[in-house]
Design a binder for this molecule. Sequence first.
Ligand SMILES: Nc1ncnc2c1ncn2[C@@H]1O[C@H](COP(=O)(O)OP(=O)(O)OP(=O)(O)O)[C@@H](O)[C@H]1O
Ligand SMILES: [Mg+2]
Length: 254
Amino acid sequence: MSTITFEDINVVYEKTEHYALKNLNLEIQSGQIVSLIGPSGCGKSTTLNLASGLLKPTSGHVKINGQEITGPGLDRGVVFQSYSLFPWMTVLENITFALQQKEKERKEIITKKAAEILKKVGLNEKVQKSFPSQLSGGMQQRVAIARMFVLDAPVFLMDEPFSAVDEITRNQLQDLLLKLWEEGETKKTVLVVTHNIDEAIFLSDRVVVLRDGQIQQDILIPFKRPRDRFKIDQEEAYTKIRHDLLKAVSGEYN
Ligand SMILES: Nc1ncnc2c1ncn2[C@@H]1O[C@H](COP(=O)(O)OP(=O)(O)OP(=O)(O)O)[C@@H](O)[C@H]1O
Ligand SMILES: [Mg+2]
């Protein structure tokens, strides 16, 4: 069980007078998948970084299950907007290193687990032996996703996790995320930042639109799971939600 609560949050970065987030109140219930969308600079990464514990609010409280977040923890897996891989480690070493922080298994077992998850995100043995600098952006992004998946924390925090991959891979990774979420004994709480409205609708229970550091809209996505991306987009409700989200992102009010 992991409910994330943002209470009366203000964020003003050092040396600026600009509110990156202003009076933000948001609760992400345990087991929910919530997408954050909105124009560049509206405060999406700032919100995610608060939940990761890497950033402290200027005022207000960020809590998990009522407990104030004081820093990063193994209870939260994160995919950052910049992929944050260790450049001196191979792809496989990046994943095994992460896993060693959590599990005290034998090295062979950890390596096997790491190789399996890398395969699931579409990275073969040759890529696994490469260093991050030798990979395309989309491949590096998949390593970061694999690292979060393998750690299997109760909370997933993802900042534009599929932005650098092609459409087909993007769909596969969305499916993999939903599979991991469905299979969990207790459902993971997922906060995902995306620029893609269709992705937000397909993945989420709720889509929250931010503008200028404030919540513009908080829309419930009613489609039953498991969802078929090629069926829900034919529904009337889908067209309406998509339209509303597009308007909200563009700053046009109803
Ligand atoms: N370290 C920082 N120092 C100063 N200002 C910052 C810093 N990080 C973000 N900001 C400012 O805070 C606001 C929100 O930034 P944030 O990174 O949260 O936006 P975003 O919605 O994630 O945008 P994008 O879609 O481009 O990733 C912006 O005005 C940005 O310029
Ligand atoms: Mg961002």
